[in-house]
Design a protein around this ligand. Structure first.
Ligand code: ATP
Length: 290
């Protein structure tokens, strides 16, 4: 086997709470993360040595700055077998959007290299390597529905919440995650999520409760700076979403729908004003196929 092709899924956040700030500047969080079927394609080819990247998206770096490159570098630094890789990224997940696009590519590269180089690591080993790359990579390695605590990499699997329609809108500007955390005021987070309540609703598959209780404290920074995101969430509700929030540090906002026709209608209407609108579906751990 010399080459592996993977579909690497994006995530949304059904809730984000920030519970503190550590001395090293990291924040502690409590969030419920959910994989969706909006995917990038990642092709990893075995090479004798060296790392190279080609990418369909012109604004994504093709060198050491690419987190997929860093994933390959981290893999080879820990793996008993040395080697190289050429990585092809076909991007569909919007960039700098709060959907973990880079992190999911990195997780895909780790899994692909592990398979190409004789499985030197189990999943715990890959998660250990992913700690160098960023907190979301651990979630992307596992996928499905997960409670993330600590700095975001302490994961507890929750029952799969599959088959919920999600309409996503990425407004035409990027948002930097470090900028959002730098501007976050812990004493002014706005309404905090009822994480326990949402977890019980996931257990009971009570989509109505989940949709109406989703909260994201990072909106206190991003939506304040870009108030049009609030209008966009209201628009999604007008078009029939049963709940709407910002994903991650934004600027993507999403609506949950229990009806495909309404979700398709919302997408059609939003495409009149926005270029990047997606109709997607939540997927389970087992659907994160590697
Ligand atoms: P998260 O939700 O994990 O914070 P995000 O969706 O907000 O991630 P990304 O799409 O991962 O953000 O992009 C963040 C930055 O990382 C961008 O400036 C982008 O240029 C850079 N980047 C590096 N590697 C990649 C990659 N493989 N795909 C997308 N962006 C990448």
């Amino acid at each position: 086997m010399n080459e592996i092709t993977l579909m690497t899924p994006a995530k949304i956040n059904l809730s984000i709470d920030v519970t503190g700030r550590l001395e090293n500047g990291y924040h502690t969080v409590e969030m419920i993360m959910q994989s969706i079927d909006l995917c990038d394609t990642v092709i990893v080819e075995k090479r004798q040595r060296g790392i190279s990247i080609s990418c369909s998206e012109r604004y994504v770096p093709r060198d050491q700055r690419n987190i997929a490159w860093q994933a390959a570098e981290a893999f080879f630094s820990m793996s008993p077998e040395k080697g190289g890789a050429h990585i092809t990224l076909q991007k569909r997940i919007p960039v700098a959007a709060g959907l973990a696009g880079g992190s999911t590519n990195a997780a895909g590269v780790l899994k692909a290299l592990n398979m190409l180089y004789g499985k030197p690591f189990n999943i715990a080993g890959l998660i250990q390597i992913s700690r160098k790359l960023g907190a979301d990579v651990a979630f992307c390695l596992r996928g499905g529905t997960q409670l993330a605590r600590g700095i975001g990499d302490d994961l507890t699997p929750l029952p799969d919440l599959k088959g919920v329609y999600v309409v996503l809108v990425k407004p035409p500007f990027p948002v930097s995650t470090p900028w959002v955390y730098k501007n976050l005021k812990l004493d002014d987070l706005g309404e905090r999520p009822d994480t326990e309540g949402i977890m019980s609703a996931i257990e009971a598959r009570n989509i109505g409760f989940i949709a109406s209780h989703m909260r994201n404290v990072l909106e206190s920074v991003t939506v304040k700076a870009h108030p049009e995101l609030s209008d966009l969430m209201n628009k999604l509700l007008e078009y029939g979403a049963i709940g709407s929030r910002m994903s991650g540090s934004g600027p993507t906002v999403f609506g949950l729908f229990d009806d495909l026709e309404r979700a398709s209608f919302a997408k059609k209407e939003l495409l009149k004003d926005y270029q990047q609108v997606f109709l997607s579906e939540t997927i389970g751990r087992g659907d994160v196929v590697w």
